[in-house]
Design a protein around this ligand. Structure first.
Ligand code: BG6
Length: 482
């Protein structure tokens, strides 16, 4: 047999965004408010963590009434009114794919409405048509860190079983409407962080009784909802594929002390668990054991388990920004992550936000996933959040970003050579957008600069960074010239 060399023909090069970080127009054309619309900006000096993880009902309701405050995800970068210009720039770079999300509340403003909102459906029709003009494949996340706020306040978010039906209705509505236009779907963004905060997908408020236990219940409801979505897709548009999305936290043991290795394996299970269920269709034994040891009982019916078993995902996608280190001992020097923190790895450099940059870890992750699941893989997020400087002549020389991506792309190629079936790479934030964790605009990932600051000042003018032409060359040569 021949060693696979280089990226396969038709490899899906592109970029990824989320509705709540890019669109803006938060109350336009019938859209309902979402959890993301209620995330208030906190300046760095006043921040206690990367984002507010504890949010109670009273805080949520106060934010709902606050029309004056600085809520950056309400404005995004106004993709809603700039999508033609932005997609033209993606096309100029030669994008083969664009991962985006649909804001559930544009389609069902309250989540439990009987009828969908036509203006919301029409907006995504326009976006998909615009992408089709340039031959860019949409890869669509159905729920990316947001949900209609009414589902959180009136139902308690995903802890409530009723959400399964509301989501099924939403799924069937969008599959029917966009049949033939969207070939790649995925359910929940970074499904593993569901319970961290009401802002990360689960919508469970921190003053909910038993919030910790309910987090597993909520995850179970999302598993059933994912299975039902796959079932609906098979009925409505059998050509299309359904995937899942994990925030991958590859965890190394700090030393070869078996106790450290065991600890790393234990922590890793809590990350892998979600894909184990969605891809293998079973609740892994290690989780049942954990539930038993910790007196956690969640409600799962036989019918739920049969659905989960029957309707597994067609492909696996994950975000990859960093790796973590685990130790069996306490008192170690820590480093921050996106939403998690870990022990400092002396072999790695960190980004301005303390994320430990680990390109080789991407090759390790790809091999590990392919060994474990044997399904096609998509890197649905990867990239570098940095402070960019606009020079006097208007240029932005983001060599650090080019360097970051070059090293990761190199490892992707090596993983393909190892035999991994990797079919796409949608780097995070091809255009500067609002940060998920800190709601900063000044944490930039893009090839395209957007003139806007953390307080919403700026012209929103788009301009090309140095990395724009670099990525264009990478795509034009299918990854060879980098
Ligand atoms: C992922 C999320 O965790 O990381 C994205 O899916 C997010 O929504 C990305 O934007 C980068 O994180 P941040 O906090 O730098 O925006």
């Amino acid at each position: 047999t021949q060693v696979k060399k280089g990226f396969p023909q038709g490899f899906l090069w592109g970029g990824a965004t989320a509705a709540n970080q890019v669109e803006g127009a938060y109350d336009v054309d019938g859209k309902g408010l979402t959890t993301a619309d209620l995330v208030k900006f906190v300046p760095k000096e006043e921040r206690t963590g990367v984002m507010s993880l504890d949010v109670n009902k009273a805080q949520m309701e106060a934010a709902l009434k606050d029309v004056e405050g600085n809520y950056p995800k309400r404005r995004g970068v106004d993709f809603y009114h700039h999508y033609k210009e932005d997609i033209a720039l993606f096309a100029e770079m030669g994008f083969k794919a664009y991962r985006m999300s649909i804001a559930w509340a544009r389609i069902f403003p309250n989540g439990d409405d009987a009828e969908p909102n036509e203006a919301g459906l029409a907006f995504y029709d326009d976006v998909f048509d615009e992408l089709a003009k340039y031959g860019i494949e949409p890869i669509v996340t159905m729920s990316h860190y947001e949900m209609p706020i009414a589902l959180t306040l009136n139902y308690g978010g995903w802890a409530n079983r009723k959400l399964i039906d509301f989501f099924d209705n939403y799924a069937r509505t969008i599959f029917k409407r966009y049949k033939g236009k969207v070939k790649y779907w995925m359910g929940f963004n970074e499904i593993n962080v569901i319970a961290l905060s009401p802002y990360t997908g689960g919508g469970i408020l921190s003053d909910t009784e038993n919030a910790d236990k309910l987090a597993y219940q909520a995850a179970h409801h999302q598993f059933v909802a994912s299975a039902l979505a796959k079932k609906a897709l098979l009925e409505i548009d059998p050509e299309a594929k359904m995937g899942c999305m994990l925030g991958r936290m590859t965890t190394y043991p700090e030393t070869c002390n078996p106790e450290d290795v065991l600890k790393a394996q234990f922590l890793d299970h809590f990350n892998l668990f979600y894909v184990d269920v969605l891809a293998k269709g079973i609740y892994p034994e290690y989780l049942d054991a954990y539930f038993a040891e910790n007196n956690i009982t969640i409600e799962k019916t036989d019918e739920d388990l049969a659905l989960i078993k029957a309707y597994t995902v067609d492909y696996i996608s994950f975000s990859y920004y960093m790796s973590l280190v685990a130790s069996s001992k306490g008192g170690k020097e820590m480093t921050v992550g996106n939403l998690m923190s870990g022990i400092k790895n002396p072999y790695l450099e960190s980004s301005d936000w303390g994320w430990q940059i680990d390109p080789v870890g991407l090759r390790i992750t790809l091999n590990h996933f392919y060994d474990r699941y044997n399904l096609p893989l998509l890197i649905s997020e990867n990239g570098l959040g940095a402070h960019d400087v606009v020079e006097a002549d208007g240029s932005i020389n983001d060599d650090y970003r080019i360097d970051y991506m070059r090293k990761h792309i190199e490892q992707m190629e090596l993983a393909i050579q190892d035999g991994v079936d990797l079919f796409g790479y949608t780097m995070w934030g091809p255009i500067d957008i609002i940060s998920a964790s800190t709601s900063e605009m000044s944490k930039r990932y893009g090839f395209i600069y957007v003139d806007q600051d953390d307080y919403g000042n700026g012209t929103l003018k788009r301009s090309k960074k140095k990395s724009f032409d670099w990525y264009k060359k990478v795509i034009a040569t299918n990854g060879k010239d980098r």
